[in-house]
Write a new protein. Sequence first.
Length: 435
Amino acid sequence: MTVTVESEPALRTVSGRRLRDLVLDRTGDAGLAHEVDVVSQVLPFKVSSYVVQELIDWDRAPDDAMYRLLFPHRDMLLPDDFAAVELAMRTQDRAGLRQTVDAVRDRLNPHPGDQLALNVPQEEDADGWGLQHKYHETLLVFPRQGQTCHSYCGYCFRWAQFVDRSDLRLAVSGPEVMTAHLRRHPEITDVLLTGGDPLVMRTELIEQYLRPLLRPEHDTVQTVRIGTKAVSFWPHRVLAGREADELLRLLSALVDAGKHVALMLHLSHPAELDTDAARAALRRLAGTGAVLRSQAPVVRHVNDDPDVWAQLWKDQVRNGVVPYYMFVERDTGARRYFGLPLARALEIYRGAIKGLSGLGRSARGPVMSASPGKVAIDGVVNLHNGPAFALRFLQHRNPELVGRPFHARFDAEAQWWNDLRPYGEHDREFFGGAA
Ligand code: SF4
């Protein structure tokens, strides 16, 4: 079926107290609405009208997977923290509530993976705030106007970007910060525009970041990536209207100039591709010559099922998307609600790929994007001293450690890199110790 839309409809979003009202209205469950109210004081939540109408199966809420992905649940907070916020709300003391909420946020590890300490460039006379240069060849750029999304995922590892605390927010003040850094670092071949979601920005602003990359002085940049969940949360962004058309023209211009343009689509569940609008958005994006790739974390309550991933990857291949990464949920925010043991994530990955054709098996996973680098969990093996996780760095701050197999002691409960211990002496160097 072809979607014919003359112009982009206005984006309407629901957040704050209106989120509670929406849940009450749609489910009639006052207890559920109260939980929404309490948890959303701490973690950011917002849904677009498209998500409310097209993606949530309200007859199944709160057990619908997309509801779980997008709406607050009391188990996202520790019981004591939930009670403390609830109490502070009841006393109606704004300063007290603010203090309680800040304290809870600080306990939720707002910047995992040492993002602020290690990844922000610290160069004399340079404003690197809003850039991340973790790997030699890749620069992440967080444009100030792109630090929001059309809706928020409950498991977002960048949730701190969306709360009203400027000390927790990475945001670059303008494109000249990016271009100055690129001039100083000709080794950078890949620029990743990220957020939030850069596609919340007007096309004119996106253009201010991407057009300069067409200048000869930036020939060193071969690949332009844009991280986005707009296809899932607001496909109208690329479907019709001047903003959409100009964006597609910009992507085509980059492709025509010889850049590799990759749309890094965040796709968590098959429901996100099960609308005419989403499929039409994919066709339009692919028509620019950009490559569409997908990534998402494997999380409890949403996609912790091999059949869900198998369906998701099949649907992606059918719609021209290359499965790229299955990530592990990071150690931040609502991880206590969404997180899974690494051993379970591995079972889900293997269960999902075993019935797929080669094209559906292109996603690497499960992968932790941890402080030292991206670590793939390749399997569980039995060695002389007992079972071990077989691991491999796909990327590392030290390129010498990339691609070499190593082992960690098997731990059925381990959920993250920090929970793992080297299996033997020769594994220590991968964990930051001497070989
Ligand atoms: S789309 Fe990405 S950045 Fe935005 S809320 Fe979801 S996970 Fe976070």
